[in-house]
Design a protein around this ligand. Sequence first.
Ligand SMILES: [Zn+2]
Ligand SMILES: [Zn+2]
Length: 358
Amino acid sequence: MTIVCPRCDSSDCIIPAEQVFESAYIMYAACQSCMADPVLGKQTPFNRLFDGVDAIGGIDGIDGIDDVTMRCQSCGKRHLDVVVAHVLGILIREGLCNRQATLFDVGTPMITIGYQIPFPPRLGRDTLILIMNTIDKRTAEMIISEVPEVKGVIQRKGSLEHPIGILDTGSSPHIYDLLAGCDLRGDIVSSAFGELCIYKTQSDTHIEFSRGKSDKIQVLESLYYQRKLLGSVVDACCGAGTLGLVSVLAGAREVILNDAFLPAVKNTILNIRANASVLGLELEMHVNLSELPVVAGAPVLVATAHGSCDVSVYHGDLVRLAAVVERCDLCLIDAFIGVPTAGFAEAWKETARMVVTI
Ligand SMILES: [Zn+2]
Ligand SMILES: [Zn+2]
C-alpha cells in the first residue's frame, strides 16, 4: 500500500509505520567504512571550521565544499555537521552570511524520522529538514538542488516561542514558510502501549522537542493505569493526532479526534493511514479535504475508521464539538501554553465525565 504525501504528492515520502520501526535503528547509523566523527565546532567561525580536518578532506574555504566532501564511499552517508557546513558554505557564497558565521547560525536541523538517537546522525538522501532564519527562496532552492541530504527548507516566522498553528478559532494561523522541497517528517512516539510514527507537515505544525518520553504520553499512561482510557475518549485539539491515536493503542473503545486547523486534520488522517496496521484500523473518508476551510467553525465529520476501535475525525471548533458528541468518558484538551482553557473545560463539563487539560 502506498500513501501519497499531502505536501509534495510523492509516494516516497511516507513509509508505513511498521517499516519505519524495522529500519529506524540503521537509518542514521555509520557503516564500518564511515570515517570517524569530524571535529567541527558548532560555534567555530566558518573560515576556521576545517582547520583541524585537512587530513580528512583537505578543504580550503567555501569553494572546497561540495556534495562529495567527507561522504562515505561505501554507504553514501555524511555526518550531520558536514551537511550543515555544506549548507553554510552556500549561504556564504550567496552573501546571506559572512565567513565568521558558524554551524549554529544555519538554523534548526530536523531529521525526517525523529527519535532518540544515541549518536550524531549520518545522513542519506532527503533525510534533513532545515528551519532557517536567514534565507530566501532562491537560495533555498539552491540548497535543495546542491545538498542531496536536505529534503526541505523552511523559513522561521516570528519568535522561537510563538507556537505554530492556531491558538483558537478566533485567531489567524501562525505558520512558517516552506521555501523549497517538502517539509513532511515523522516522529517515533513511544508509549507503554507501543510505538507510532506520527507524521507532520512541519511548517504548519507546532515543533515539540522532547527528551525521551514526552510528558503528555506520561499523562496518558497515568490515565490508563487509573482505568480512565477504556471507554470513549475525545482528543479535542488533536494536532497530528498523537494523543488520540495512542489512546487507540491503549485499547479505548471509541476515540474522537478533532482539530479546528485543517493542516492538523490532514496530518491526523495521514497518521491513521500510515499507522493503519499498527493500530488495526481501516479508514473511510466522508468529505473531500480540499473543500474544507483552513479554520473550522461548526464541526464536520471528515473521516471514520473501524477495526480495533471506533474512530471519528472532526474538523471543528472544540467548544462547538461538545454539542455534537453525545457523551464521552474522557476529554483531553491539549491547547498551546498560555491559552486559557477554562472556557474549553466548561463547554465539555456536561458532555464528558472527565476533562483533562494537558
Ligand atoms: Zn512530501
Ligand atoms: Zn559509511
